[in-house]
Ligand binder design. Sequence first.
Ligand SMILES: Nc1nc2c(ncn2[C@@H]2O[C@H](COP(=O)(O)OP(=O)(O)O)[C@@H](O)[C@H]2O)c(=O)[nH]1
Ligand SMILES: [Mg+2]
Length: 228
Amino acid sequence: MPTPIVDVVFPCLNEEGALPWVLSRLPEGYRAIVVDNGSTDRSAEVALEHGALVVTEPIRGFGSAAHAGLTAATAPIVAFCDADASMDPADLPKVVDPVRAGTSDLVLGRRKPTTRGAWPIHARIANRALALLMRRATGITFSDLGPMRAARRDAVVALDLRDRRSGFPLEFVLKAHNAGWRITEVDTPYSPRVGRSKVTGTLKGTIIAVKDMSRLLAAQRRAPNTLT
Ligand SMILES: Nc1nc2c(ncn2[C@@H]2O[C@H](COP(=O)(O)OP(=O)(O)O)[C@@H](O)[C@H]2O)c(=O)[nH]1
Ligand SMILES: [Mg+2]
């Protein structure tokens, strides 16, 4: 592919079943960077077979994978998307275009369930509570902390994101807010994932996410400039 205009980072842990469809849905000019984080299935091979750049990150954690993907990216714009087929990469221009046009610095996909089963009720409630806490910490009204998002790559690198687990998506938004970024939300369809959930669908994943996010929100309320 000639130089991509958008690099799309896909954190990936055992998503061999979802990857063929996910990687077939990328718009032209978008390059997939699949960050394999010790998958025990054929995720890495499947990603390669479907034309993705595969990055191997031995240290476990969503943030660890997201950071490795960001480091590997070279395009002027970087986007993030889950690799579980819950979100359609064909929708990526919805978050990318406002960044390309210079009308927004960070665009977040606000998840709109396509079926009743797409978004478990506990995850929906947790996310709503999180959006309220984010509003309290920042003054901005968010409706979701969606994983699909886009921004200028050099600007994201400059945010110096440190979380290597489940706090990464939240730290990203808080630091962007603290840096004065224009943050906007757009609606993106959200469908039932292919395969098994690793984060909000498991007790361990949920506990880690709550722990990581609580720490970040507390730091933000105390002193935003100390957020690390
Ligand atoms: N690389 C990597 N990817 C992860 C990890 N945990 C989750 N993911 C990926 O992050 C995305 C979101 O995780 P998912 O299990 O769908 O969480 P959920 O949406 O809360 O159920 C998927 O693409 C996963 O494969 C991890 O520790 N490392
Ligand atoms: Mg998911």
